[in-house]
Design a protein around this ligand. Structure first.
Ligand SMILES: [Zn+2]
Length: 413
């Protein structure tokens, strides 16, 4: 019987790094020649396995082992990287998936009980056009075509033209949705890109879902006045109201078990001798639970109005962006935990701060789960991104167990 070879995944990760990286890190930015080279390398490996390989209308690469049942287990990853990226983000998922396909192909002589498919999503990172989850959102039906049509890179090249150069027709993108027709479960392995597992000393964790996000600009408006001649009790100080509100907003996030960031603060007139007339701060709030996120937002609005009234200034809110929380499938989360416990003893459940392709697949209604492996330094999108090799091997083993369990789960439904 064919045995899984997790060490081969590490060797292939290093091979990919030497083919498509330089002294500054990974350079597989989507739709560039280096990305196409990485794809061709992956495709050759998949074809030597005897799998059916094709590219869909959005440029996602599908590697299929046709099973006795058309119901399909999907394993996803992305071989594209940010410029000067790390050696694991995205391609760990893809190459672990390839190794699992090899094991399944050999175990079932090319005909597993359910269909098993590896998908390499196109442009997960959005590094060039500022639009992440491109291929997976086309597949889920959530890609905003009007927005995508207008996107340009730094050189002024439009997204539709860049796609055309890679043989992808913008007007046919959304047809790729049919790839999900028989999808019965979706699995994605990823490096954590944060410090939670590292701080707990655990190699692996089961991911509960991705955070919902509320992103707003809050503007306080008061009155500019001379910093010397205006008595303190006569001032309408927009900055002071924003400043007093800020610790309250952080307390609200803490109380509700979410996270928040005031990431920018702009003042006008912004000179040393004037009371601030206008102060604009941005607020990013995140939570895994939709009701809790709504509560955080409501309480933050109330706080802003209270401090505005106290300071005799006006306040207004403007929504910049929003996405609902995307919870993963409870059955698959349980199977993911089992697989981790069988591989390394201890497991942990955690939410994902960043969005991933898995969120798009879950939004399309496919039962989904992700597994995280510890990140050293909790750092990603940087050439110093790293994970211990023993943890990478554990990740491939645990993820393989999860694939087996998910196949049984699909067959039993
Ligand atoms: Zn990624």
């Amino acid at each position: 019987m064919h045995k899984l070879n997790p060490h081969r995944t590490i060797e292939e990760l290093k091979e990919l790094r030497s083919l498509t990286g330089d002294e500054n890190g990974a350079q597989r930015v989507a739709f560039t020649q280096t990305w196409a080279d990485a794809r061709a390398w992956l495709q050759r490996k998949a074809e030597s396995l005897g799998a059916e390989v094709h590219r869909d209308e959005a440029g996602n690469l599908w590697i299929t082992l046709q099973g006795e049942s058309p119901k399909a287990l999907l394993i996803g990853g992305h071989i594209d990287s940010v410029p000067n990226g790390g050696w694991l983000d995205g391609c760990l998922n893809t190459l672990a998936g390839l190794e699992i396909l090899r094991r399944i192909d050999s175990q079932y002589n090319g005909k597993p009980p359910v269909t098993v498919r590896l998908v390499d999503w196109a442009d997960e990172e959005g590094a060039r056009f500022g639009k992440s989850l491109f291929g997976s959102s086309a597949c889920s039906g959530n890609l905003d075509l009007n927005e995508a049509r207008g996107l340009k890179d730094k050189e002024g090249m439009s997204l539709p033209n860049a796609l055309q150069a890679r043989g992808i027709n913008f007007d046919e993108l959304m047809n790729c949705g049919r790839e999900l027709r028989n999808a019965a479960a979706y699995l994605e392995l990823h490096i954590e890109q944060g410090p939670v597992l590292l701080d707990l000393g655990l190699p692996l964790g089961a991911v509960l879902g991705t955070f919902g996000v509320e992103r707003h600009a809050i503007t306080f408006r008061g009155q500019a006045a001379h910093s010397g001649s205006t008595p303190m009790d006569k001032r309408k100080d927009a900055f002071l109201a924003a400043a007093k509100m800020s610790p309250e907003i952080y307390r609200i996030a803490e109380r509700n078990g979410g996270v928040c960031t005031i990431g920018s603060c702009l003042t006008r007139p912004g000179i040393v001798t004037s009371v601030v007339e206008e102060c604009r701060v941005t607020l990013d709030q995140r939570h895994l639970d939709g009701d809790a996120l709504t509560r955080m937002l409501t309480e933050a609005r109330e706080a802003s109005e209270r401090f505005a009234q106290e300071g005799n200034v006006m306040v207004s809110w403007e929504r910049l962006w929003q996405i609902e929380p995307i919870p993963f499938d409870n059955d698959l989360i349980a199977l993911c935990e089992e697989s981790i416990a069988e591989t390394c003893g201890t497991t942990h459940r955690l939410p994902s701060g960043p969005l991933h392709d898995a969120a798009e697949v879950a939004r399309a209604g496919v039962p989904t789960v992700m597994m995280f492996v510890q990140s050293l330094q909790g750092i990603s999108h940087n050439k110093i991104e790293d994970t211990k090799e023993e943890h990478l091997e554990m990740a491939v083993s645990a993820f393989d167990r999860l694939a087996s369990k998910a196949m049984e789960w699909i067959a039993s439904r």
